[in-house]
Write a protein that binds this ligand. Structure first.
Ligand code: SF4
Length: 421
């Protein structure tokens, strides 16, 4: 029995996008990944996924399913929701959005709910950010704002910061000053050079006071947690390159969504006395890819409505909200997102098609389901790291059907029905 070893595989288990993974394959199954990472191992698993095509729960030929799906979607043209998941390559996401354009559909993505506050704040203010490579090479002061990356981004510490040496930080950890800000149950890394603890209700005030301290306008008397936060300022302004690290995903502690805007504003204000960037940690799958593809296709990163034949931005009325209030008569779900009970029951009331990895196991029982490969495990193409750097995907397994192929078949079926390009 011979093992195959595939080198330089990109892992999408979290937003770190490690592209140095060696995957060992035996008899069509993944049996090892290296370097070891618990989240990465869980992402790859043994690589087995279902390869079925089902109509009403019964097997059907893929051509037949695609023809029926095309008819179903064309009947509902103008009242279709296209929902784009994250376990897809950017090429598959692009195909799904092209279908939405063709069908005059509304597009929502699996990232829109969690990323909305950060995306909207970035549109209002802009963002001072950096690639992970820049952080590794230049950050001499790191402030972890209510996040310990080791838990959900296991190799962040060793690949990017604070551990590895960088071009401007040859001593690695010894050359960096690390500040940990615990916020309620959201703990920052242990072993920091300075640590403070805030309640979740205090973080917006603390961020405002830190900015006020930058302008020398902090109040003379402050309660202890706010004083400690304001006292961190000289460390940040004294940096050659300060990086604020926060978790852009939902956290254990219920937190104020406005914190993202506060962190953006602080990073921007620090660019004056010094150089600073905000690093937003993103979870697994091709999340920034969904936002990037939608932006380059339509100009907007989420919540796009094509029903008038051109893209309109509806951030206050996203697809799933409209779905639950009966706004669509058909849905095309691409990828395998997790849905709430409300969304699942709304999907059960309309014509629903699922195309993507594990589509036949979807909890919402689609009328038609076509299984395809997982991005980076069976499907090649491009995936985006959390810092929006695109990476090539090098799948270690050969799949039976790619998402791009299945969506291409659907486009062909729609065009055969006489829909304009
Ligand atoms: S840190 Fe994230 S991207 Fe890197 S191997 Fe682990 S799960 Fe995969």
């Amino acid at each position: 029995m011979t093992d195959d070893r595939v080198e330089q595989v990109t892992c999408l288990g979290c937003g770190c996008g490690c592209d140095d993974i060696a995957v060992t394959v035996r008899e069509g199954r993944i049996v090892d990944t290296s370097p070891p990472c618990p989240l990465g191992r869980a992402w790859f698993g043994d690589g087995s996924v279902p390869w079925q095509v089902l109509r009403g729960g019964q097997p059907v030929a893929v051509e037949e399913a695609l023809t029926e799906a095309a008819e179903m979607l064309v009947r509902s043209r103008g009242r279709v929701l296209v929902y784009v998941g994250v376990d897809l390559s950017s090429q598959a996401q692009r195909s799904a959005i092209a279908l939405a354009d063709l069908l005059h559909a509304t597009v929502d993505t699996a990232t829109s709910e969690t990323a909305a506050a950060g995306l909207l704040a970035g549109q209002r203010r802009g963002r001072a950010t950096a690639t992970l490579g820049e952080i590794r090479n230049r950050a001499d002061v790191l402030l972890f704002w209510g996040v310990d990356p080791v838990l959900r981004y296991p190799r962040f510490h060793s690949r990017y910061a604070p551990e590895p040496p960088g071009v401007g930080i040859p001593e690695g950890r010894a050359g960096r000053f690390v500040i940990a800000v615990n916020i309620g149950a959201d703990r920052a890394p242990p072993g920091a050079d300075a640590t403070i603890t805030l309640e979740a209700s205090e973080e917006i005030g603390a961020l405002s006071l830190m900015r006020a301290a930058l302008r020398d306008s902090r109040p003379a008397e402050l309660p202890p947690p706010f004083k400690q936060a304001a006292d961190l300022l000289p460390r940040l302004t004294g940096a050659r390159y300060a990086v604020l690290v926060h978790d852009a995903e939902p956290t254990a502690e219920p937190r104020n969504p406005l914190r993202v805007e506060g962190l953006i504003a602080l990073a921007q204000a620090l660019n004056g006395p010094t150089r600073a960037a905000l690093c937003s940690l993103r979870a697994g799958g091709n999340r920034p890819g969904a936002e990037s593809v939608l932006t380059w296709q339509t100009g907007y990163p989420m919540a796009v409505d094509y029903s008038r034949g051109y893209p309109r931005y509806e951030p206050g009325l996203r697809g799933l909200n409209r779905l639950e209030t009966g706004g669509f008569s058909a849905a095309l779900v691409v990828g395998s997102p997790d849905f709430s009970a409300g969304t699942t029951s709304a999907l059960a009331r309309i014509d629903t098609i699922a195309i993507g990895p594990r589509a036949t196991q979807a909890s919402f029982n689609p009328r038609l389901a076509i299984d395809t490969g997982v991005a980076g495990i069976h499907d090649g193409g491009t995936g985006y790291r959390m810092d929006e750097v695109p990476l090539s995907l090098r799948p270690p397994l050969r799949g039976q059907r790619s998402t791009v192929e299945a969506l291409g078949g659907l486009v062909k079926g729609i065009r055969l029905l006489g829909q304009p390009a």
